[in-house]
Design a protein around this ligand. Structure first.
Ligand SMILES: *[C@@H]1O[C@H](CO)[C@@H](O)[C@H](O)[C@H]1NC(C)=O
Ligand SMILES: *[C@@H]1O[C@H](CO)[C@@H](O)[C@H](O)[C@H]1NC(C)=O
Ligand SMILES: *[C@@H]1O[C@H](CO)[C@@H](O)[C@H](O)[C@H]1NC(C)=O
Ligand SMILES: CC(=O)N[C@H]1CO[C@H](CO)[C@@H](O)[C@@H]1O
Length: 214
């Protein structure tokens, strides 16, 4: 998800809290007081702040309940990393495992851009892609081929290229799955759709995924 979108949603949620509780100004304490440095997120915060100033209460409520408001279009999300799921007449792109074997980051970025264009063409602005987990720490996991392989650095490098491609098409990439989602056992029982298995990934999995986020 783009930083500006996350900042906007956070701002709206905290903003609603502030109005209900004047004794604690969360906006000032957490974000705009200068106490906490936002770093790379400062520009996103400023953009989100500017948009929120243009919204009335009805529009704010619409956005935090999943709708549109002002110039902000509601998030319309859909799987997957290889095609806009459930649509006919769209391309089915090669899976991550096959793409990783090319060792070609620019090919993966082009794939991300082309996939993003197909999502965009369907009016979808957030794609559940790329797939970086499971890494295959559990041999029982059935969907390792969707990722770029069992190496977290490789997944970070390839996933990062894919993210750039999807973003360039004007679609928000949402890397998946949950961190340490390494097995499918009882997956459907979680109701989350993202899988709840905790396979015990080493910390390097997490640290190296930050490459894709950056
Ligand atoms: C909260 O902080 C903002 C930004 O500093 C300020 O504009 C607003 O008046 C404050 N609200 C309250 C209830 O103190
Ligand atoms: C908020 O803005 C929307 C769209 O501009 C408008 O339709 C609506 O009437 C406004 N609501 C209020 C409470 O002012
Ligand atoms: C909303 O979008 C319109 C059309 O692109 C633009 O003219 C206007 O400045 C935008 N408003 C805000 C608050 O961004
Ligand atoms: C490129 C990068 O960030 N590599 C890191 C991957 O994770 C290991 C273990 O945490 C780090 O030592 C590497 O620096």
């Amino acid at each position: 998800m783009r930083p500006a979108v996350i900042a906007l949603l956070a701002l709206l949620r905290f903003g609603v809290v502030v109005q209900g509780d004047a004794s604690s100004n969360y906006t000032a304490q957490l974000l705009s007081s200068g106490t906490i440095k936002l770093g790379d997120w400062q520009a996103a915060y400023d953009k989100a702040y500017a948009i929120v100033q243009t919204l009335n209460t009805t529009e704010k409520l619409s956005i935090i309940t999943g709708g549109s408001g002002g110039n902000f279009s509601a998030l319309d999300m859909l799987d997957s990393s290889t095609n806009p799921l459930t649509y006919y007449y769209v391309t089915t792109w090669p899976a991550g495992g096959a793409m990783a074997m090319t060792w070609d980051k620019s090919a993966i970025q082009s794939q991300g851009s082309a996939l993003g264009a197909e999502f965009r063409g369907k009016g979808i602005n957030l794609a559940y892609a790329p797939t970086l987990e499971p890494l295959g720490r559990s041999a029982w996991c059935g969907r390792i081929g969707e990722t770029y392989g069992a190496d977290s650095y490789l997944n970070g490098a390839m996933g990062g290229s894919f993210v750039k491609g999807v973003s360039s098409a004007g679609v928000i990439p949402s890397s998946k799955h949950f961190i340490m989602n390494e097995q499918e056992t009882n997956r459907d029982g979680t109701g989350s759709g993202g899988g709840g298995g905790m396979g015990g990934s080493p910390s390097s999995t997490f640290s190296n995924f930050t490459i894709a986020v950056r």
